[in-house]
Design a protein around this ligand. Sequence first.
Ligand code: NAD
Length: 375
Amino acid sequence: MLLVSIKEEDDKRAAIVPKFVEKFKSLGIDVEIEKNIAEKINISDEEYIKAGALINKDKNDLLKKADILLKVTKPSIKEIKLLKKDAITISFLDPFFEEDLIEELLTHNITAFSMQLIPRTTIAQKMDALSSQANLAGYASIITGAKHLNRILPMMTTPAGTISPAKVFVIGAGVAGLQAIATARRLGAKVEAFDTRPIVEEQIKSLGAKFLKIDLGKTEEEKGGYAKELTKEQLELQKKAMIKAISSSDMVITTAQIFGKKAPLIISKDMIKDMTKGSVIIDMAITSGGNVEGSKADEIIDINGIKIIAPKNPTDDVAKDASFVYSSNLYSLVEHFFDKENKKTKINLEDEILKSSIVTYQGKIISPVLQKGKI
Ligand code: NAD
């Protein structure tokens, strides 16, 4: 059984770090990786060799012989064409928006997992890569904001006078938002937050932040804790009610997402006109369309002195730790479907985790959320 991983083109992370090479080896799985796989996170090939991996500079050769391919981002159509029939790929596949890729996976009989589809259950927690990455992204959002803000976050009393704490407003308090709140609080900022799921009020307060109450009428949670999309009217109500919190903030972090759908546009240009010049908005939802009007991936947009920043890879600045936790998530998933006695993979479609996270298997779409009419 050969597990392979290749370099990411457009992401600093690596899907495997040396610690997990050792762990795969102890399961009885051989590991071969592309040369310089982790150069962007300063892990050398020697460290992988020491852990038991083989290094190969021929990516095509690696793809042709892989039984299991680990990646951070989705494999390309060209890469899929090189894989063996029945090979297994595990990555952030983005299956709701990748019809052509899914067609290719079906045609080639690939077993393709999508890390976005790991269920949010207690038993699957250690495989939950959305959470592990969102956690680090939430931290990174505040660090990025602080770097671009022209003020400090904490209150500071000095002989030259007292500086008041910066105000941070966090919109969306899921995994990334809660970590952003916690990080801003650790740095001494005054934090306010809003989410459409009323259940998070307590979590926000327990981090020492204020919860902005907005009466939107009924806002239910989907199964699994995901937010339900707001109606047009509710979104307008939300926008109106947030204007004051936005204009009085030095930093606004937006993390609002709807599972499997485009992110809601919740800050329009007219809502930021009263913010103080020098303030910063970090749009953390850019890969699913963005929460802020006018934000552009990896560009700093200046609107009347307000900077809007939308990192496409929000874990880039913390890519080493992000790789470590992602690699751990992938290991836990592979270990879950690996038959240790017979040293081979065993795909049991009755298993809740596999049924939910496998996009294609033996030429069929498996994950119930991808079945026709459910998206
Ligand atoms: P997400 O990335 O899908 O969305 C981020 C946040 O945006 C959510 O909190 C959502 O409610 C919020 N949001 C959506 N529309 C909004 C709007 N118009 N305005 C403001 N906020 C808006 O969320 P996530 O971080 O992936 O978490 C989703 C759910 O999964 C949560 O309930 C979380 O507690 C749950 N979860 C459970 C487990 C587990 O049980 N193992 C693990 C991780 C997350």
